[in-house]
Design a protein around this ligand. Structure first.
Ligand SMILES: NC(=O)c1ccc[n+]([C@@H]2O[C@H](COP(=O)([O-])OP(=O)(O)OC[C@H]3O[C@@H](n4cnc5c(N)ncnc54)[C@H](O)[C@@H]3O)[C@@H](O)[C@H]2O)c1
Length: 416
């Protein structure tokens, strides 16, 4: 089959990452249409991929109203704009790559999964962590029986203090009403990953969590509304001056700076911090998502898993410990320590493929996902997709149940 033709719906950060797969592997994918309201981002994709002018639109509805013009649609709009374009593209017969979350509400998520299954299209949700070399190696060790039965698992997501401030206090995922609870917007990846690694069925779930720190009461005396006009800014680890102008001074221009402004100069960034959302004091934002949360899961046959997501740390890879009846695994996103009970010794497995991982984002998962999606379409073999509608629905339902537990204060029985 010729390369898979694709339209990009939402050409922001994620749309651009997935589209860049077509530049790296033109024999696998090509971009033939784009819908994006912001001119700079729309033009960037259109020019890079030589998209015919007739297939360049400012809104996804314009492309969806046309007869199907590609094999697949990459839906990379913000969280609240996934369900409508996904249903429209599924109905038109596009194969669909959909950014997470699949839906912000349980009923919508079920609707999208059902529509994808019924249409028989190739459908993948961007749970990129499943597709990394690290995860695949870890999963292969477990599936080989090397640690016996997996009885229990602990997983930590260290969000990183400045990443929390950027995305979940000042940024697009700060407010549950405007986007989603943190467990859905950020940690649906982690519950999905835990579900993949544990295998089997989660039966009961409970959760606690709160917004402990980024609140008005924590604001120091003398603090300004914006970091550029704040008397105590030099003492604040969350200072926007430090996070953004500091990075610019070090010559960095990629994420997170490129979400603040497309004018990546001292003047451009300063202007954005003076007027835009990323210059605000972290104690004076309209944020309400949690900065710490734990989830407990009871799996089939009495097996257990725990998850913590916390803002107050250095931004590093997730850390995981997996306890089996014949051995134990410690993973840090790059290497895996395997302690074998019979031999009473530890082997360390380095899963880094340094060049590729660094270049392709999320430990190689971004391009791993694109690789799987395009080859599923080309070969007709849907098993290549590890995050299809059923798997993703199951792990999203765990997120919705955990959120219900956190809000209502009781253990929730899983209903699939
Ligand atoms: N899989 C991952 O690891 C991962 C990582 C980060 C973000 N995400 C998810 O990816 C999605 C996009 O995030 P992002 O950081 O790229 O956001 P973004 O804001 O950079 O991109 C979204 C784009 O959609 C465009 N858009 C808005 N209305 C539109 C319309 N009517 N038609 C077409 N386009 C429209 C916006 O202008 C914007 O450019 C979010 O749902 C986010 O949760 C996933």
């Amino acid at each position: 089959m010729a390369s898979v033709s694709m339209i990009v719906i939402g050409a922001g950060a994620r749309g651009n990452v997935y589209a860049s797969f077509a530049c790296a592997q033109p024999d696998k994918a090509r971009i033939v249409g784009v819908a994006e309201p912001r001119e700079f981002y729309r033009k960037r994709i259109a020019e890079q991929h030589h998209v015919p002018a007739a297939n360049v639109a400012a809104d996804w509805r314009e492309l969806a109203a046309r007869p199907k013009l590609a094999d697949a649609a990459l839906i990379c709009t913000q969280d609240d704009l996934h369900v409508e374009p996904a249903l429209a593209c599924i109905q038109q017969g596009y194969h669909v790559l959909l950014e997470k979350p699949m839906g912000q509400k349980e009923a919508d998520t079920r609707r999208v999964a059902q529509a994808a299954i019924q249409a028989g299209i190739m459908f993948a949700v961007c749970h990129v962590l499943r597709y990394t070399g690290y995860t695949q190696r870890l999963k292969a060790i477990i599936d080989s029986g090397a640690i016996g039965d997996v009885v229990s698992l602990q997983h930590l997501e260290p969000m990183g203090y400045w990443h929390m401030a950027h995305s979940f206090v000042r940024g697009n995922w700060r407010n549950e009403e405007r986007s989603s609870p943190l467990l859905l917007s950020k940690s649906c990846h982690d519950l999905d990953w835990i579900h993949y690694v544990m295998g089997g069925r989660c039966e009961r779930i409970s959760s606690f969590g709160s917004l402990y720190h980024f609140r008005k009461e924590q604001r120091a005396a003398g603090a300004g509304e914006r970091c550029l006009e704040c008397a105590v800014e030099p003492q604040c680890p969350y200072s926007a001056k430090k996070i953004y102008l500091g990075r610019l001074a070090r010559g960095e221009t990629g994420w997170p700076l490129d979400t603040v402004t497309s004018e990546l100069t001292q003047e451009g960034v300063t202007q954005a911090l003076r007027t835009g959302q990323y210059g605000r004091c972290v104690y004076a934002c309209d944020n309400d998502v949690v900065d710490n949360q734990v989830v407990n899961m009871l799996y089939d046959r009495g097996r257990t898993a725990t998850f913590s997501v916390v803002a107050f740390n250095k931004w590093t890879d997730r850390k995981t410990r997996i306890f089996g009846t014949r051995g134990e695994l410690h993973g840090d996103g790059q290497s895996i320590e395997h302690f074998d009970f019979l031999a009473d010794k530890t082997d360390t497995i380095d899963t880094r493929r340094a060049q590729e991982d660094d270049a392709y984002g999320h430990g190689g998962g971004d391009f791993g996902l694109m690789q799987a999606f395009t080859s599923a379409i080309a070969s007709g073999d849907r098993r290549k997709i590890l995050s299809g509608p059923q798997e993703t629905l199951a792990s999203h339902l765990m997120v919705f149940a955990a959120e219900r537990s956190r809000r209502e204060g009781h253990v929730v029985e899983m209903q699939y």
